[in-house]
Design a protein around this ligand. Structure first.
Ligand SMILES: Cc1ncc(COP(=O)(O)O)c(C=O)c1O
Length: 298
């Protein structure tokens, strides 16, 4: 498969307040974000010309930066507008938006009190995270030995670049064995999440999800709470042991990128794509595309 490198494309990237040609949106090799992982980012999606939960994502970007002691020199409204403008300038209608904020090159060393926080926003066309045929029958997760760290070990509520180091290691290991993604436990041994998505299980018609006390509390996760309530389904946040997860009737993961994706297998245990998972998938599509209906009825 020939890949189009992400730094060699046409288009424009919003960079510290102005649009620059895609290929010129560069940072210096001496950059704190690169050397010490002082960067936070977002993953946002546009559906049919409307960005889903843009304000929530921008709010999280600012919170993530705050956890790392970084001050973004723009307002949330300016970042929201920049995301919208980036999609318009690049003619993205169904795509992904990647805002990122990082500490610059003004200082080099562990202490970086005087670095400036830079912000860039790129966007590109992006259909489904997993191929449609794989998504329909459910993806396979491999349990990884990498653990989600405790809140006093890492700033686990920040969508911080550095936290993805173990996710990449885990996902590479899983892919090498033919799995699509990973199941990560937390530092206590409870079920936590996947490499870039939260996890839910269904048992006896009730939906359960791990308490988000050491991993990212996803915006899609919150949307599942809303959808379950609207459908009159019971959803509980609980601690889940790995053995309990394997006894579930249905399992699905959620995230801006993966949307609602069913799990067909965890290690050697198989799962069916059940009715509640299908209901959540349909409800999510409905919500992300609701504006089309609004326009049609206007
Ligand atoms: C590690 C991790 N957990 C969970 C999520 C799900 O978050 P959201 O639903 O806000 O995209 C993501 C994706 O951003 C993620 O990277």
């Amino acid at each position: 498969m020939s890949l189009l490198p992400y730094d060699d494309r046409d288009g424009l990237i919003w960079f510290d307040g102005a649009f620059v040609p895609w290929r010129d949106a560069k940072v210096h090799t001496i950059c704190h974000g690169l050397h010490y992982g002082s960067a936070v980012f977002e993953g946002v999606r546009m559906y049919k010309g409307k960005i889903f939960k843009l304000e929530e994502h921008t709010e999280r970007l600012f919170k993530s930066a705050e956890y790392l002691g970084m001050k973004i020199l723009f307002t949330p409204d300016e970042i929201n507008q920049a995301c919208i403008d980036a999609c318009a300038k690049n003619e993205v209608v169904d795509g992904y938006i990647r805002p990122i904020a990082w500490r610059g090159s003004e200082e080099m060393g562990i202490s970086a009190q005087r670095t400036q926080t830079h912000v860039a926003i790129a966007t590109w066309d992006w259909p489904s995270y997993f191929p449609k045929e794989i998504k329909e029958k459910g993806i396979a997760l491999k349990t990884t030995h990498w653990k989600k760290p405790a809140p006093d070990t890492a700033p686990c509520f920040s969508k911080a670049s550095g936290l993805y180091m173990v996710n990449t290691l885990a996902k590479h290991e899983a892919e090498a064995e033919g799995y699509q993604d990973v199941l990560m436990h937390d530092y206590r041994g409870y079920v936590a999440e996947s490499s870039g998505a939260n996890i839910f299980m269904v048992k006896g018609g009730v939906i359960y999800t791990p308490i988000a006390d050491c991993f990212l509390n996803g915006i899609t996760r919150a949307t599942v709470f809303e959808m379950a309530e609207a459908a009159g389904l019971t959803l509980k946040e609980v601690r889940i042991m790995p053995d309990e997860l394997l006894e579930a009737d249905e399992i699905f993961i959620t995230g801006t990128a993966v949307e609602v994706t069913p799990i067909g297998r965890i290690d050697k245990t198989l799962f069916n794509v059940g009715p509640i998972t299908q209901q959540m998938m349909a409800a999510y599509t409905e919500r992300t595309h609701a504006h089309e209906k609004e326009a049609a009825y206007a």
